[in-house]
Design a protein around this ligand. Sequence first.
Ligand SMILES: [Zn+2]
Length: 340
Amino acid sequence: MSDSSINCTIDLDALGKRAGHLQLPRSSNQSGWSTQWIPIACVAHAEGPTALVLGGVHGDEPEGQVAALNLARELRPEQVNGRVIVIPCLSLEASRAYTRLWPSGANLNRSFPGSATGPPDQQLAHFLSTVLIPFSDVVVDIHSGGRTGLCLPWAEMHWVDEPAQRREMVEGMLAWNTDWCCVYIDVAGTGLLVGEAERQGKIVVSTELGGGGHVTAAIHRLARSGLANVLRRFGVLEGEVETRESLGLPPQTLLLATEASNYLLAPVSGLFETVVDLGQRVDEGDVVGRVHSLERPELEPEPIVARNDGVVCVVRAIATTEQGDNVVVVAREGDRSELA
Ligand SMILES: [Zn+2]
């Protein structure tokens, strides 16, 4: 039983297709008694699992938002076995501003499990944690590097402890049919949406589909096709499941970004210059970037050095850098047998 203050305007238990809003209490200088309306769609038909599809946890990651908007608009009940709930732009005000964080400064992806009596981001997180996630079987949370980070397009997962859950999550990650897939750890705090869904034992499928504030047509296609294939893989969407093989593609490359040393941080503030490109293989000790002093052009730039052999899978997309910012990620290249 949830003590949430959020009102959902549609019946999520009814069959058929409906679209409505999550109404989140808001009180501002412009309106004392107000609500923020976050669009939600639900398509239900026949018996089957429930998939929760979430885009726009971060507002500057349009890849998943566009894929989720297309899904919500196009999906017909007769294509569904079970239920698909779609919230395309979860952090609506951040999407309007095209920023990672909410205008309040909140990072929704650090707000979980949330609180019914906390600030608005915490209230939204609490609604997801206590209402939507508990009745979902599969939670799809689509991310990218946002404006500041350029990622190889990949599907990803945490290496959860529970073997049956982990096996299903591996299947979900592979079903996106990205060229790369990534097992990762959290290096920038707790309170993630996926972490809460994993704690509740759900099959969690997530991505980092590019980024840098620019979306190519190929990435839009990958977001759309991967999302549909994941839903087919778990039986909630009708149709034949596609594999890399059936698409005529080579097996995925497995990236392991499971050590803090994979995530290279700027030792000083300045202007970042990458000297490597996404997908490039590097050796431990290689210089992968440099940070230039804005104030002291006579100084040698500070080198960023790879701490392991591996594949460059993230490069900072904007040059302006503060001390401690992640500038490059070098993942170890894994063997697919490590997923067994
Ligand atoms: Zn994100």
